[in-house]
Design a protein around this ligand. Structure first.
Ligand code: GLC
Length: 630
């Protein structure tokens, strides 16, 4: 059962698809108080209660014991003391109650941080909708919530293939080389990514003709090989005379403005850009139409980036900083002055004063960016998604985004942003998977091998062994980091063994994904959802249930040959490696299982079977109808 309460006059977010009459806030069951225009409410937590939700956020599956912030943030250091990442997924479950706060500005979720047994939620402004969802179990609450917010995006089948990315494959030859090396190593591959360098000086919807002279030819050559090229699109449009996208956007007044009515100007990769006001339907239609430049060339997949929006500096901020620096020139900088100067520059990026100076048009009125910040990236995804659906129909174009808000899950997936080549980030991505699933983001995954800093062979292999199960299986890394493609290390065979397993599992994974999308269900669940009365299952933060049949438990530490795993019931432990399968029945309880670097561990429940097909070098060559069952 869902009840809706409305406070003030909320801006339209289109997060929900059901029309539920709002009740008066007076009847809202939790004690609440308003201070300085904020809305604060709290409730007690029982000793043993688990709190789930918040989608793509730091820390555990159980969100207890930390303070989180809904504020889409471009932050490349996903350490455990962070409060916010790229998304704002305002859905929480505790006990038999789900709460969705449809409010696109800042919310602080103090979940047992100030007081271990209390949740204190602070909504920064007075205009929002709250949905209370009651149900007998967490999964029932999730299904109700997902019905409320609409069916999750389903990508094309080939988007379940293995994908290789790097910032950047700089030219057509580099791209060809990647595919050649994968083919030579007999490692399957379906997609190669084009990061910002394929563009002419980082301008959206352009091609760098020096490095990709015959882009169209490259795309069709790749098509012949059943390889999809996936270019990046950034939120900002470079300010440049004669650049048609910018000129048109400017002339039609499609960019976000400042309070004085002039276009807001911020610096990102290309230098100064205009930020399309994606909250306006006509701007979404216009920006969506721009993708045609690439779809006309045969491109059928995209990733939308920098859409929190990330702003390196504003023109105003940079001027001030340079002025401050000028004042200190020639001075003997002591501790205070030096760090002041340092901060002046480090605070230039994603600066709150800059965000506060931006305005949008929403619901026919001018609103401050501060009031709608978390909708920006979501509406960029929507712009693309609406264009793709109108032009090509559903399930034809791959689309995923960095920033998101609930509602955007109907138009695309997400990736978990700029993680690190850290062992701890294997588990972080596992934890995000379930909470993102609750919020409707089913097509998701982390940068396998880690984005920032150098990876080691064993880290990439263990990361991939988890990635075998994530709908988005993409290896991506940052500029200047060590190569981490599957052929870059000593034991190419081990990489082949792991990626082949993915292809054998694709029919099962695709089916499980599709079922979850179509029935508003989760593909991955915490063990506690399935075994609510089992104390060890309830506390498990390193294993997940997959579909109705399986449990996954990746190895997530270096220099170990396996891990301890908890079986909440008797299961068959299966190790998959290339075409090899080793099976061992294990009884309920704790076990230490050995897993080689070239093996993918999987646990199948008693009485369940899963299909495996023959592996192939591309998804297009798979024969999902010819399967064997384990
Ligand atoms: C951002 C993205 C990353 C990309 C880089 C360059 O950091 O999150 O994936 O490689 O920008 O475009």
């Amino acid at each position: 059962m869902i009840r809706k309460y409305t406070m003030g006059s909320p801006v339209t977010t289109d997060a929900v698809v059901m029309d539920i009459p709002a009740e008066n806030m007076e009847g809202y069951p939790f004690a609440n108080r308003t201070e300085d225009g904020k809305f604060i409410f709290s409730f007690a937590l029982g000793d043993d209660e688990i709190v789930y939700g918040l989608g793509e956020a730091p820390r555990g599956i159980n969100k207890r014991g930390w303070i989180y912030r809904s504020w889409c943030s471009d932050d490349p250091f996903h350490t455990e003391t962070k409060q916010a990442l790229y998304a704002a997924h305002n859905f929480l479950i505790h006990g038999t109650c789900g709460i969705f706060i449809d409010y696109p500005s800042e919310i602080i979720w103090d979940i047992g941080y100030t007081h271990p047994d209390e949740v204190i939620i602070t909504i920064e402004g007075p205009d929002f909708d709250i949905y209370l969802i009651s149900g007998d179990s967490p999964i029932q609450i999730v299904r109700e919530f997902r019905g409320l917010t609409g069916q999750a995006y389903i990508p094309p089948f080939w988007a379940f293939g293995y994908q290789q990315s790097r910032w950047s494959y700089h030219n057509a030859e580099a791209v060809r080389n990647i595919i050649r090396k994968y083919d030579e190593a007999s490692i399957p591959l379906d997609c190669v990514y084009l990061d910002i360098d394929y563009m002419e000086r980082f301008k959206n919807f352009t091609i760098n003709r020096e490095t990709f002279p015959d882009f169209e030819q490259l795309v069709s050559e790749m098509k012949e090989k059943n390889i999809h090229l996936i270019p990046i699109i950034d939120a900002g449009v470079k300010k440049e005379e004669g650049y048609p996208v910018y000129e048109e956007g400017k002339e039609k007044r499609y960019f976000c403005r400042t309070e004085d009515g002039s276009d807001f100007e911020g610096g990102v990769w290309p230098g100064i850009v205009g930020f399309p006001d994606f909250l306006r339907p006509e701007v979404r239609a216009w920006f969506g139409e721009q993708y045609r430049f690439l779809t006309d060339m045969g491109i059928d997949g995209f990733w939308n980036d920098m859409n929190e929006p990330a702003i390196f500096y504003s023109v105003r901020g940079l001027e001030n900083a340079l002025e401050e620096a000028g004042k200190l020139r020639g001075q003997n900088l002591d501790l205070g002055k030096f760090f002041y100067l340092k901060n002046v520059f480090s605070e230039l990026s994603n600066n709150m004063e800059d965000y506060a100076s931006i305005t949008h048009e929403a619901d026919g009125r001018t609103v401050s960016h501060m009031a709608v910040h978390n909708l920006y990236g979501a509406n960029m995804t929507r712009a693309a998604g609406e264009f793709f659906e109108k032009e090509f129909g559903r399930e034809k174009i791959l689309m995923f985004s960095r920033a998101s808000y609930i509602g955007a899950h109907r138009y695309g997936g997400i990736w978990f942003g700029d993680n690190h080549s850290w062992w701890s980030h294997i588990l972080l991505s596992l934890k995000m998977l379930v909470n993102a699933n609750m919020c409707g983001f089913l097509y998701c995954g982390a940068d396998l091998g880690g984005f920032n800093e150098n990876a080691t062979e064993d880290l990439v292999l263990r990361f991939l062994a988890l990635g075998v199960f994530t709908p988005l299986m993409r290896n991506h890394s940052a500029m200047g980091t060590r190569d981490q493609e599957c052929f870059s290390f000593d034991h190419t065979d081990a990489f082949r063994d792991v990626v082949l397993v993915r292809y054998r599992l694709i029919p099962y994974l695709y089916d499980t994904f599709r079922k979850a999308a179509e029935t508003n269900d989760m593909m991955f669940r915490p063990l506690s959802f399935d075994y609510p009365d089992d104390p060890l299952a309830r506390e498990c933060e390193t294993q997940l249930m997959l579909g109705e049949e399986c449990m996954i438990a990746p190895v997530y530490e270096q220099n170990v040959r396996g891990r301890t795993v908890y079986l909440p019931e008797d299961m068959t432990f299966v190790k998959l490696s290339g075409e090899h399968i080793v099976k061992e029945p294990l009884s309920k309880g704790l076990h230490y299982v050995r897993v080689g670097l070239n093996e993918v561990p999987l646990f199948i429940k008693k009485g369940k079977t899963i299909p495996l097909c023959q592996s192939a070098m591309r998804t297009a060559q798979l024969k999902p109808e010819q399967v064997t069952w384990i």
